[in-house]
Design a protein around this ligand. Structure first.
Ligand code: CDP
Length: 206
């Protein structure tokens, strides 16, 4: 039986951490769909045509370590605005969502475009300042020499691009549960997400 948990939200809202924990809790597989766009963005930086890169993408190309840079993120949000890139990545994401045993997908358009029929939908958000602070700490911890102001500018720019594009813009699905993580600890945010999924399961069950 398949059960899809769609988790959307803006850059560095905490959706990756929540998605991994939710997947672990329920024993589901997890797909970070941002990695698909980051991998295509990285190929574009290397000179490849983004549509061709999306069509040729393989699971082995999704190495989170090499794709976590700010450059890959910016390039990702540029290629993500190209409809043919999004179309090339659609089938893979839908097949993953319907895999037996349950799936968690996190991204920008999972509950709205990729899996509008998902059994549970979460929208994870936080203020731009809190999100930039988290991402800045992550980058510094990973050894990158980054200024907070640059990270905040990057967050604002990607928000603008992700919400403003005409194809699959980032927006909250009407039937999603909103979790604002600005004032929550990681454990509190995870608990809120698990509670929302359990509620959705109970509603389906009866
Ligand atoms: O981790 P972070 O939130 O910073 O970014 P990400 O989830 O890795 O996504 C990088 C970029 O890919 C985003 O800024 C979006 O432009 C794009 N993306 C998208 O358009 N649709 C998705 N389902 C996932 C990511």
């Amino acid at each position: 039986m398949s059960f899809t948990i769609a988790i959307d939200g803006p850059a560095a809202s905490g959706k990756g951490t929540i998605s991994r924990a939710v997947a672990r809790h329920f024993g589901f597989e997890h797909l970070d769909t941002g990695l698909l766009y980051r991998a295509v963005g990285q190929r574009m930086l290397e000179g490849m045509d983004p549509v061709e890169a999306a069509q040729a993408l393989r699971a082995e190309d999704l190495d989170p370590e090499t794709l976590r840079t700010a450059e890959a993120a910016q390039a990702a949000s540029k290629v993500a605005a190209i409809p043919d890139v999004r179309a090339a990545l659609l089938d893979f994401q839908r097949a993953f969502a319907r895999r037996a045993g349950g799936a968690v997908l996190d991204g920008r358009d999972i509950g709205t475009v990729i899996c509008p029929e998902a059994e549970a939908k979460l929208f994870v958000t936080a203020s731009a300042e809190v999100r930039a602070d988290r991402r800045w700490r992550e980058l510094v911890a990973a050894g990158f020499d980054t200024r907070f102001d640059d990270v905040l500018a990057d967050v604002h720019e990607r928000d603008r691009r992700d919400m403003g594009r005409s194809d699959a813009p980032l927006r909250e699905a009407e039937d999603s549960t909103r979790i604002d993580t600005s004032r929550l600890t990681v454990d509190e945010a995870i608990a809120a997400a698990i509670a929302a999924v359990n509620l959705a399961r109970a509603q389906i069950g009866g």
